[in-house]
Write a protein that binds this ligand. Structure first.
Ligand code: CP
Length: 330
């Protein structure tokens, strides 16, 4: 368990950096409730910075952050870049397509090469589950998992939690339905771990073909009927159908998927009145979500999720930069 530093009051974390016992951020399942709440409180303090004319701090001045994305990204990569720059770090975005990876260089060789340049923080996204952990064993700096295969996407879950808190005040006791392609989703795995830790009642909703074996043991209730699954939910979190990870056979057609599992205004009527809708992006409009729901500012938190992504990543970068200078951090 992370110790609450003696003498630190509940909200004091808002104004001081998170004291993190970890060297890396690889998975939500490595964190405890106090660490998560401290990161969220710190991110909450950073969020208003985006509305200011001068958005820059010098907390990470002199530190180097490398973004190493082996899979495509719009939101995560750009928000880590912005977060690093707003904290004053020097940020390098490695373009994997034009790097020596395209010539066959391995992940490990790429990592040791970058390590020789002495970065302080390395953000990695990779298609293989466990890639971030493997990298963390090969480099000296802090490693942040920006999504590894079907495993975890911890900063996505943190920004989702911050978004829910921003709109609904608290997470404890909420009914949160995570819907769609659970099988391929690292977002679902990280969110179930985080939201259940914060006291939400989490449901997983999707067709049997897109529900991982053993999902009922994750701490969430499994539903295969969309209307039953979102009934009286406070939050309906839709997931992207990850067609690039499918080789056919998971569902007959996009049209049929939308008929049974796509969120539209009719299905949303089954959720609690005032329920909010989330999606990590990028969206497949007309497959898992209808534009009438996604673009309705009264119910859709999708833009807020993107905004909170920068604040959460600032809090994470700061915490890891701090912990990197603590002897004994793992
Ligand atoms: N939510 C998410 O990870 O989006 P990107 O793939 O655009 O980074």
């Amino acid at each position: 368990m992370a110790e609450r530093p003696s003498g630190v009051k509940k909200n004091e974390a808002r104004t001081s950096p998170v004291r993190f016992r970890h060297k890396h951020l690889l998975a939500i399942s490595d964190l405890d409730r106090f660490e998560i709440e401290s990161l969220l409180a710190r991110a909450e303090a950073f969020a208003p910075l985006a509305e200011q004319k001068i958005k820059k701090l010098d907390t990470l001045r002199g530190r180097t952050l490398i973004n190493l994305f082996f899979e495509n990204s719009t939101r995560t990569q750009s928000s880590f870049e912005l977060a690093g720059k707003r904290m004053g770090a020097d940020v390098v975005n490695m373009s994997v397509k034009s790097s020596s990876v395209a010539k066959g260089e391995t992940l490990i060789d790429t990592a040791t090469t970058l390590n020789a340049m002495r970065p302080d923080l390395l953000v990695i996204r990779h298609g293989a589950s466990g890639a971030a952990e493997l990298l963390s064993q090969k480099v000296d700096c802090a490693v942040i998992n920006a999504g590894d295969g079907k495993h975890e996407h911890p900063t996505q879950a943190l920004l989702d939690a911050l978004t829910i808190r921003d709109r609904l005040g608290a997470i404890e006791g909420l009914v949160i339905a995570i819907c769609g392609d659970i099988l391929h989703s690292r977002v679902a795995r990280s969110n179930v771990a985080l939201l259940t830790m914060l006291g939400a009642r989490v449901r997983l909703v999707g067709p049997p073909t897109l529900m991982p074996a053993g999902a009922d043991r994750w701490g969430a209730k499994v539903f295969h009927d969309m209307r039953q699954g979102i009934k009286d939910a406070d939050v309906v979190m839709m997931l992207r159908v990850q067609r690039e990870r499918m080789d056919g056979g998971f569902f007959p057609s996009a049209r049929e998927f939308f008929w049974f599992y796509g969120l539209d205004e009719d299905k949303l009527k089954f959720a609690k009145p005032g329920a909010v809708v989330m999606h990590p992006g990028p969206m497949n409009r007309g497959v898992e979500i209808d534009s009438g729901v996604a673009d309705n500012p009264n119910i859709s938190l999708i833009e807020t999720q993107v905004r909170m992504g920068v604040a959460v990543r600032m809090a994470v970068l700061e915490a890891l930069a701090e912990s990197g200078s603590n002897a004994g951090a793992r």
